[in-house]
Design a protein around this ligand. Sequence first.
Ligand SMILES: C[S@@+](CC[C@H](N)C(=O)[O-])C[C@H]1O[C@@H](n2cnc3c(N)ncnc32)[C@H](O)[C@@H]1O
Length: 186
Amino acid sequence: MKRHLNEIIQGDTLKVLKTFDSNFIDLGITSPPYNKQEKHKGWLVKNVKYDSYKDVKTEEEYQQEQINVLNEIFRVTKTGGSFFYNHKTRWERGRMIHPMEWLTKTEWTVRQEIVWDRMIAANIRGWRFWQVDERIYWLYKPIKNNKTGKELESKHALLTSIWRFSPVSGKKIHTRRHFLLHCQHG
Ligand SMILES: C[S@@+](CC[C@H](N)C(=O)[O-])C[C@H]1O[C@@H](n2cnc3c(N)ncnc32)[C@H](O)[C@@H]1O
């Protein structure tokens, strides 16, 4: 099995994932594109630009793509492994879209919804309160006869489900890094 240790791979995430063996990753993390639809961009969104990716899909196509990618990540993750998926609530024609709408259609068990208090709004609209939160989903691939998995060490179990830190300021990071998957090999 190729171990991909300390390797950065640039490419289309779904194509690259399909080349990986199953069950070899302990922990993954990603912040996917949010289907921002450039035409709806609000204040500050101009600071988060991708170099080539347009981020314009129908919501249906977008959600199906997220499901496909998440299911591939599920396949390559070991049982008992976790994936941290950063997303947020979004709006389309005034209706709020919640990430649970597609997360429940994946193979993952959603262990926890962590609220990331970023303390600054990404875009500001007059018809709703300033959205300063994003979400981090702790997704879990359960072990057969132990659905909850290992207990956290007490110093970690004392952490709360609200994480408060500011985002890195955008430009360079979003144009240069495409996809990040941290692997630990046990
Ligand atoms: C919200 S940014 C996350 C940036 C990155 N995780 C980081 O730490 O800076 C989403 C990134 O996904 C890239 N992207 C979009 N579709 C992709 C795909 N199919 N395969 C790989 N990367 C993709 C975009 O170009 C963009 O850089």
